[in-house]
Write a protein that binds this ligand. Structure first.
Ligand code: BGC
Length: 774
């Protein structure tokens, strides 16, 4: 008997069983009454569900169009290795449609068209209990996988704004664009703390600092979920990936992670605690194993830590096909049934994705290995999500409003502001920037990222060209007095040729100014070609292909040169930093990225972004984090400098800021007290601008080693040229807490140092000591 007929049989059986058990039709329909409390609706519905219908709620499938596309592109073997495309060799898309009608699927992902979302929901409405589908999508920086959506900068750029209000605002907008296209659940924020630039996914993280990752994650969750209301969600956010896949043994996605519990608790866990405290309603486990246990079977992390210790109340979803991989990759389970047992026993609530879950789990319950109560726990959480999203009342989307919401003027303005605040000026020698906007310059521009969609970053579909401002588009729009000589070297960093390089040198020498736009390529639509993004780990974090030669050829033409980097991970560009007068780290600035960059070049916008990840000098300098331990640089490398190329918190503007008069309200702090720290910041340049004022603390002597500094607070302020503002921070005892030798949170009496300034570099910080006395 084929698998599909098994499913259909299961569905018919479900119908028979339940139609006998609930007699009164009014009672049956109670869960459809929106006046009733969510808990009552959940219980009422749960009582009417068969085991099969319950387990079906835990099953997710890829969308029909995605399936059809993947069927064409992939062999069965390729699919087993893929994290981005999926189909079901034994199931036709029409079989999947039937399963929806029978209530045998609870969720979909990768549905990128509102018509398909509505169609699937209409099928679900034909099912016995009319339970709507939960449609999820990777709306990581806008719902960018959808054609026509607003694409905001990727999270590494968003974090570089240090502006949580802005991140919350664009998350509200993302939620609106999602709902307008039928999705109600996004697999974001990515709370992986990123300390290894070889990992391809750094661009979808907020960087290396646990506090900043926490704050950015919370801002996103609040904006997405609408945590201002207890009752309803805009959409559901998903904190991922549990845990520490960003520090796998060799920087490859999904490779094992081996880290001490101290590092897990000090670095990786705080953002999850913050997310749970903010009410995040879903979590996703990670591809990797942690200290010998695959994260999908890690009961300690899913149940003991997340649920019992941190109080997580939402649901946990697996990552893409990772339950299967307990058997096929990690070899901790003999077969899929055992894999399902291990993951559910550990705390899993939903399977991403496909048919290999429903029957094994039903079998496990029938055999008595899993209890139906355990299944009920998961189903309660999943139904609660659907009720709180209002999906029972409004499963369908009004397709006539979709167009008015996607990429509307308001969202474009936010995307532009985010791009302006996310682009980091790393070097500006001889004040080459800002360019005089009214001067007629002959500008030579080249590089693989000069005129392509690399600005969109990973987790984006290829968007229509009128919805993307490339770097060249931006220059044409803003720098209208200039003439541009554009040398097209193709859009792929690996395909720059020697002939391009020769041409570039020649043409650059005739110009007044040269701009070279290099970096990386995260194009999902050219999966095998990309150098960055999901599954694109690199052993060398220099410029790929012949890009370095291209930069050198332009530089040696003698024409003043600007290097713009468009990339999703820090790139080791020491030669460029030593030689080229201007370097801009644009990250992946989104739909409006080119315009924002040009506004910065021509001085319409004063750059204000600061790095949230240190930029290493080479691949050997990984883990050059700012919050390192005191002995980190005790001995130095013998053939190169030991410190990072650019430090965490660093970034230039067109004005300098002077810090003075650092004061504390008292010299010591007690258990229930606060200290007020004040500092004066003056804009000593000629341009109005924003500064990100950063507060770091250091514990001088402690029973365990402590970082040389840890970010504890920050504030983005605007100062007119010549203006001074006093900035104050509260220092509270919880900022002094650390994990003792038994990993218990504690504070020790003694001396601490507060440091305040415009970056984490010692030379940019003023410092003042204080003591903690119980
Ligand atoms: C990624 C997840 C993502 C999922 C669905 C996986 O390969 O690791 O972050 O949410 O695919 O697209």
């Amino acid at each position: 008997m084929s698998k599909i007929s098994d499913y259909i049989k299961v569905g018919l059986l479900a119908l028979l069983v339940t139609s006998c058990s609930f007699q009164n039709s009014e009672d049956k329909a109670l869960y459809l009454n929106s006046e009733m409390a969510v808990e009552e609706r959940v219980e009422n519905l749960l009582q009417q569900m068969t085991l099969e219908e319950k387990v079906a709620q835990m099953c997710q499938f890829v969308g029909l169009e995605h399936m059809k596309q993947a069927e064409k592109n992939l062999s069965k073997e390729d699919m087993e290795k893929s994290d981005a495309q999926g189909f079901y060799p034994d199931l036709h898309s029409t079989d999947v449609e039937k399963m929806v009608e029978q209530g045998l699927i609870g969720s979909f992902l990768h549905v990128t068209d509102v018509k398909e979302a509505n169609y699937l929901q209409s099928l679900a409405q034909k099912s016995r209990l009319k339970i709507p589908l939960l449609i999820g999508i990777d709306a990581i920086h806008g719902t960018a996988l959808v054609q026509g959506a607003t694409v905001y900068p990727t999270p590494i750029g968003l974090a570089s704004t240090w502006d949580t209000t802005l991140v919350k605002k664009l998350s509200v907008e993302t939620a609106k664009e999602m709902r307008a296209t039928g999705a109600a659940w996004t697999f974001t924020p990515n709370l992986d703390v990123a300390r290894d630039a070889r990992w391809g996914r750094v661009g979808e993280t907020f960087g290396e600092d646990p506090l900043l990752v926490s704050d950015m994650g919370v801002a996103m969750i609040e904006g997405l979920q609408n945590t201002d209301s207890d009752a309803y969600f805009n959409v559901i956010a998903c904190a991922k990936h549990l845990i520490a896949g960003s520090e796998s043994v060799n920087g490859l996605n999904g490779a094992p992670t081996d880290l001490s519990e101290r590092t897990i608790r000090e670095i990786y866990l705080p953002p999850y605690k913050a997310a749970v405290d903010a009410g995040v309603f879903s979590l996703m486990t990670a591809h990797n194993e942690l200290n010998g246990v695959p994260c999908h079977a890690d009961k300690w992390m899913m149940t003991d830590v997340m649920r019992e210790e941190l109080g997580f109340e939402g649901f946990i979803v697996s990552d893409w096909m990772d339950i299967e991989r307990l058997a096929t990759r990690h070899f901790v389970a003999e077969d899929q049934t055992e894999a399902c047992y291990q993951t559910i026993d550990a705390g899993m609530d939903m399977h991403m994705h496909g048919p290999e879950f429903l029957q094994p789990v039903i079998d496990l319950v029938n055999e008595g290995r899993l209890t139906e109560e355990r299944i009920d726990e998961s189903v309660r959480r999943l139904l609660e999500a659907k009720f709180r999203l209002g999906l029972f009342e409004n499963p369908m989307v009004d397709e006539t409003v979709t167009e008015t919401i996607l990429f509307n003027a308001e969202h474009q303005a936010t995307a532009l502001e985010a791009a302006q605040k996310s682009i980091v000026l790393l070097k500006n020698e001889d004040e080459l920037l800002p360019l005089n906007i009214s001067k007629k310059l002959n500008v030579f521009i080249t590089g693989p990222n000069a005129n392509n969609e690399s600005v969109l970053g990973d987790w984006s579909a290829q968007q229509a060209s009128d919805k993307v401002s490339t770097i060249l588009d931006g220059l044409h729009e803003i720098g209208t007095s200039c003439n541009y000589d554009y040398l097209d070297v193709g859009h792929n960093p690996r395909h720059v040729t020697k002939a391009h390089i020769k041409q570039a040198n020649k043409r650059a020498s005739k110009a007044d100014l040269a701009i070279v736009v290099v970096g990386e390529n995260s194009f999902r639509w050219e999966w095998d070609q990309k150098t960055c993004g999901e599954n694109s780990g690199r052993s060398d974090i220099g410029l790929a292909g012949l890009q370095q030669d291209l930069v050198e050829a332009v530089y040696y033409s003698g024409t003043p040169t600007i290097v713009v980097l468009v990339n999703g991970r820090p790139l080791a560009t020491e030669w460029i930093a030593d030689n080229v007068p201007v370097i801009i780290e644009a990250w992946e600035p989104g739909s409006m990225g080119g315009k924002a960059l040009a506004q910065i070049l021509f001085g319409e916008v004063n750059p204000s972004a600061k790095l949230t990840i240190s930029i290493p000098r080479s691949s050997g300098h990984l883990l050059s984090v700012y919050n390192h331990k005191p002995t980190h640089y005790f001995h130095k490398y013998v053939t190169s400098k030991s410190t990072p190329l650019y430090e965490f918190g660093y970034g230039l503007g067109y004005s300098d800021f002077n810090y003075q008069n650092l004061q504390l309200s008292k010299q010591s702090i007690g258990k229930k007290e606060k200290l007020l720290l004040k500092v004066e910041v003056t804009n000593i340049g000629k341009y109005d601008g924003d500064e990100v004022v950063q507060l770091y603390l250091n514990d001088k002597i402690c029973s365990v080693t402590r970082p040389v500094k840890e970010l504890k607070a920050y504030r983005r302020i605007s100062l007119k040229a010549g203006e001074t503002k006093q900035v104050s921070f509260e220092i509270t005892p919880d900022m002094l807490v650390f994990l003792d030798k038994q990993l218990k949170p504690t504070i020790e009496e003694g001396v601490f140092k507060a440091m305040v300034g415009g970056s984490s570099r010692d030379k940019d910080l003023l410092s003042i000591p204080f003591t903690y006395v119980e």
